[in-house]
Ligand binder design. Structure first.
Ligand code: NAP
Length: 263
């Protein structure tokens, strides 16, 4: 049996086992492969992952708060993971740990059109925002970054590119990406983020990485004004699909993964 796992906090990985096991079953691989969730505290991450590398685990997804630690302990890094500074996908081969970041490509896969040439506002400067900014810049978007703590947006832009902004004018952007954690615990985005509901227009594409059991407040208002929308579950599915392809070499069954992640 080839074992796969998601390593992290239960809130961040509750949908991944169902999504990946449904995909493995659809591919006819359920007899050989199985995907489970393993909760790890930060101080146990490195010793447990090093042990997994020699105990038959084939691969793992890594969630908050371990993405930096995953990068640090890997024996080999993809260029994407190195440049972003975080890894969400590990592969174990002959005792060696390889790290990749599929969050960036997952975001691009989820967008309704290429962001090339579009003006984009990224909200947030944490780990998720780094992958978003890296991906959008690579595709040729014109990226500005707002963060509650402005100095973190400045640092992110100094490292990855893009321009930090303190009072964004929403009329100037086409693509809006919430990569803060606002909304995760019921926070009001129109209090915590630098714009009002009335600033959203049908010309916007609103992406919200935060997901829960019902559509986020940002996406609900975006739907109301006729804006295009991408939710966090679609991004979860797309990054998971890329991880599955790295481990198994098979094309991921997106519809099956989507249905399992949303059920
Ligand atoms: P993180 O590193 O902890 O960063 C959190 C970010 O949110 C920081 O920019 C922080 O600003 C900001 N923030 C927190 N509370 C805020 C508030 N009340 N008002 C304004 N800004 C606030 O977390 P992360 O790893 O980047 O993840 C961010 C979110 O994306 C999480 O909710 C996570 O679940 C989600 N996510 C989803 C996917 C997916 O596949 N859908 C993938 C990755 C992450 P400060 O710097 O000022 O603290």
């Amino acid at each position: 049996m080839k074992r796969l796992a998601v390593l992290g906090h239960p809130v961040a990985h509750s949908r991944s086992p169902a999504m990946h096991n449904a995909a493995l079953a659809e591919l006819g691989l359920a007899r050989e492969w199985a995907y489970e969730a393993i909760d790890l505290a930060p101080d146990e991450f490195e010793p447990r992952v090093r042990a997994m590398a020699t105990e038959g685990l084939a691969g793992a997804n890594v969630t908050v708060p371990h993405k930096g630690a995953a990068l640090a302990l890997a024996d080999a890094l993809s260029e994407t993971a190195r440049e972003i500074g975080a890894a969400n996908t590990l592969s174990f081969e002959a005792g060696e740990i390889r790290a990749e970041n599929t969050d960036a490509q997952g975001l691009l896969d989820a967008l309704p059109e290429s962001p090339a040439g579009q003006r984009a506002l990224v909200l947030g400067a944490g780990g998720a925002a780094r992958a978003v900014v890296w991906a959008l810049l690579r595709e040729g978007a014109d990226v500005e970054v707002w963060n509650r703590t402005a100095s973190r947006a400045e640092t992110l832009c100094a490292e990855l590119g893009g321009k930090s902004v303190e009072a964004p004018d929403l009329r100037t952007y086409r693509l809006l990406v919430n990569s803060t954690s606002v909304g995760l615990h019921g926070e009001d985005p129109f209090v915590e983020l630098p714009f009002q509901a009335s600033h959203l227009e049908d010309r916007h594409t609103m992406v919200d990485l935060v997901y829960g059991d019902s559509p986020s407040q940002l996406l609900t208002i975006a739907a109301h004004v006729g804006a295009r929308r991408v939710d966090g579950i679609e991004i979860l599915v797309r990054q998971g699909a890329r991880s599955l392809e790295i481990w198994t070499g098979h094309s991921a069954p997106l519809d099956v993964m989507r249905a399992a992640a949303r059920s």
